[in-house]
Ligand binder design. Structure first.
Ligand code: PEP
Ligand code: MN
Length: 343
């Protein structure tokens, strides 16, 4: 349920409602709307407690929320949430481009690619220092030295950094270096990790589980939000299907439905969906065409020698081509491509 306070309510009335929610055995969550304050009840089932809230001073309305996810639901918040990471805004109506290597391999490789994508118009950079790999024999990432390299790349380019967190133990360390924490597809339902990352209160890029449906994805966003972060960007990165012509099947159909049921921004990762650089540009355009608030793409200047996911990394000239096409496509959609804060 959601308690909507009237526009002229006082601090004391708001506090009284929160107290009553806690007396009923639930958690209260403050939501500052444009004109009204709303307070969500977390943990309740059904609407039997409605009568204990409706009569309190300052309460305008108590409305049931039909979805199992509450904080992530558009029933709780009608207007789009804009997630800000440094100067970058997701969900503002402008399309944001995140680009970089799949993994931080060396200082030279990462800084080279960071400069290249910054010059090409990316507003944020990506790169994994901790890599969740299917094989235990594959490169697992550089760990903390990789985070230091990412921090240096940010210093040199001004681009905020998103990087993956793979376990609760290293989450606080990653948070010291990153501007946004990424939860990968394999960890979307690692609830211990979601709780710990949520508590850090930082912006999170939550990748959809490779076999997760829409409700499951939003319940994972709800874990993050109910533990302390309000800044969640969801990422569609392809799901498992019987199709074997691509690494995953990019599910663009989730985007319009997601937008109807949630106020959170959603972006698309055409690189991990395609698994092949030849398909990345068309899939990225499909994502933006379907309403995505941004893209995250792998870029590498020497993909033949990349330690992770070389075949799907765009070459520098392909990245330029993608940005060029996107600048026109976004205009045709009545949007625009976000530009770096300094330009
Ligand atoms: C990544 O972005 O580096 C990654 C591992 O992606 P995913 O979790 O979507 O496979
Ligand atoms: Mn990858």
């Amino acid at each position: 349920m959601l308690v909507i306070m009237n526009a002229l309510t006082t601090e004391a009335e708001i506090e009284r409602v929160k107290e009553r929610i806690r007396e009923l055995g639930y958690k209260d969550h403050h939501i500052q709307g444009q004109t009204n304050v709303a307070i969500a009840l977390i943990g309740n089932k059904g609407t039997q407690d409605r009568i204990y809230l409706e009569g309190l001073p300052g309460v305008q309305q108590v409305i049931p929320i039909s979805k199992p996810y509450k904080l992530a639901s558009r029933e709780t918040r009608q207007e789009n949430t804009v997630v800000r990471v440094g100067g970058v805004a997701f969900g503002s109506g402008q399309v944001a481009m995140i680009a970089g290597p799949c993994a931080v391999e060396t200082r030279e490789q990462t800084i080279h690619i960071a400069k290249l994508v910054a010059e090409g118009g990316a507003v944020m950079m990506r790169g994994g220092a901790y890599k969740p790999r299917t094989s235990p024999y594959s490169f697992q990432g550089l760990g903390e030295p990789g985070l230091e390299i990412l921090a240096e790349a940010r210093e040199q380019t001004g681009l905020p950094v998103v990087t993956e967190v793979v376990d609760p133990g290293t989450a606080p360390l990653v948070a010291q270096y990153a501007d946004m924490l990424q939860i990968g597809t394999r960890n979307m339902q690692n609830f211990t990790l979601l709780k710990e990352v949520g508590k850090l209160g930082m912006p999170v890029l939550l990748k959809r589980g490779m076999s997760a449906n829409l409700d499951e994805t939003l319940m994972s966003a709800e874990y993050l939000m109910s533990h302390g972060t309000s800044d969640v960007v969801v990422c569609e990165r392809g799901v498992r299907t019987f199709g074997n012509h691509a690494r995953n099947t990019l599910d663009v159909s989730i985007i319009p439905v997601f937008k109807r049921v949630s106020h959170l921004p959603i972006i698309v990762d055409p690189s991990h969906a395609a698994g092949d650089r030849l398909s990345v540009i068309p899939l990225g355009l499909a994502g933006v065409g379907a309403g995505a608030d941004g893209l995250i793409v792998d870029v590498h200047h020497d993909p033949e020698h990349a330690l992770v996911d070389g075949p799907q990394a765009l070459l520098p000239e392909q990245f330029t081509e993608l940005m060029d096409v996107l600048s026109r496509v976004t205009v045709a959609l009545g949007k625009s491509l976000q530009v770096p804060a300094s330009t």
